[in-house]
Design a protein around this ligand. Structure first.
Ligand SMILES: [Cu+2]
Length: 358
């Protein structure tokens, strides 16, 4: 946006100098579609970098996909330049001067042989990438994570070394340089699991288990999202991926496997009482307490998460009160009812309790 206003400014300066700049779009004379195109172009450039970009890969599989993209982009540019050059030539050339046989060869060569060769080469290159992202049966991997697509959040299970399964939600942490095998399922509609910086997207189809291998190459926080329209709040179905050093990852997973902390402050204790007596426990599990509901996310260590409600709100006590009091205003269509009736004091007690569940 800043670039756009600089452009406008320089145009108006040029106008004041009395130069003939009529051909350049100006703030007043530009057609609206042209201005919109410019804005969209500038804004879309900002999508090339950052934590949710395929052009800024942070994993082996994503690097392959990015290189496929650049080959296709470069090749496409060359062909485009060739076609434009030919079109320019056709405009210049005088009719009737060239031989029909030669132009026939041009049509067969450029219209049949050339595209067939280019497309075959691209297909072979594309297929050669597949084995690295699709694991074989029984392949050895460093960690196994199963992720189920819910409406509209992610149920995540880690398989620990001693065979335990640890449940959490909307967050995936991975050790750098290790291969992770994802087993992707759904019990409702079709979702699609996608971490652009780490690899390609894979659908989550009811009744099937799809598998995906990812191997991150650097630490950092990346964005994941559902890439298949799955209902009203599809756009709010996101998650964070944190790639960390092996030791930090081991500590984190060990902490996640523990039962919930017992609240220590009076406010947090009151929060736990409110939680247990208002039906929250019928939908949410907090390991180590009587709460064992399955409908919603496991909240045992919800306070340690990076975000709330599948990437919709930042992790903060205010987010808890805001979410619990206004679920359906924040995420239309969610199963969890709005608990505005509890009143601010009880909502704050709940927030104190849930924040303490680190
Ligand atoms: Cu979705």
């Amino acid at each position: 946006m800043a670039n756009f206003s600089v452009l406008q400014l320089s145009i108006s300066v040029n106008r004041q100098k009395g130069r003939n700049m009529d051909w350049i779009p100006t703030a007043r004379s530009t057609h609206l579609p042209l201005r919109i195109c410019l804005i969209v172009l500038l804004l879309s450039l900002s999508g090339c970098a950052g934590s949710q970009s395929i052009l800024d890969p942070a994993g082996i599989q994503a690097e392959r996909i990015a290189s496929l993209f650049w080959w296709m982009f470069g090749g496409g540019m060359l062909i485009w330049i060739g076609v434009v050059a030919l079109a320019g030539y056709v405009i210049k050339v005088r009719p009737g001067k060239h031989q029909p046989v030669k132009s026939q060869w041009l049509i067969i060569g450029g219209g049949v042989v050339f595209p067939a060769l280019v497309l075959t080469a691209l297909l072979i290159f594309g297929l050669s990438i597949m084995p690295e992202t699709r694991p074989g049966e029984g392949e050895r991997t460093d960690i196994r994570i199963s992720v189920a697509g819910e409406q509209w959040w992610w149920r995540v299970h880690y398989q620990t070394d001693n065979g335990e399964s640890v449940e959490l939600a909307n967050e995936i942490r991975l050790p750098v340089g290790r291969t992770a095998l994802f087993e992707l399922t759904s019990t409702n509609v079709i979702h699609s699991f996608w971490i652009p910086a780490l690899g390609g997207k894979v659908d989550m189809i009811p009744g099937r288990t799809n598998r995906l291998l990812l191997e991150p190459t650097r630490t950092g926080t990346f964005q994941g999202a559902c890439a298949e329209y799955c209902g009203t709040s599809h756009a709010f179905m996101r998650f964070r991926v944190q790639v960390m050093e092996q030791q930090a990852f081991d500590q984190w997973l060990a902490a996640q496997a523990q039962p919930a902390h017992t609240p220590t402050t009076p406010e947090a204790r009151e929060g736990r009482r409110v939680f247990m007596s208002n039906g929250c426990a019928s939908c949410h599990t907090i390991r180590g307490t009587a709460a064992d509901g399955q409908r919603g996310p496991d909240l045992t260590h919800v306070g340690s998460r990076l975000s709330l409600a599948a990437g919709t709100l930042p992790m903060a006590p205010e987010s808890f009160t805001h979410w619990i009091g206004h679920t359906r205003d924040i995420k239309p269509g969610v199963v969890m009812p709005r608990f505005e009736v509890l009143g601010q004091e009880k909502l704050e007690a709940l927030a104190a309790y849930l924040t303490s569940l680190e």
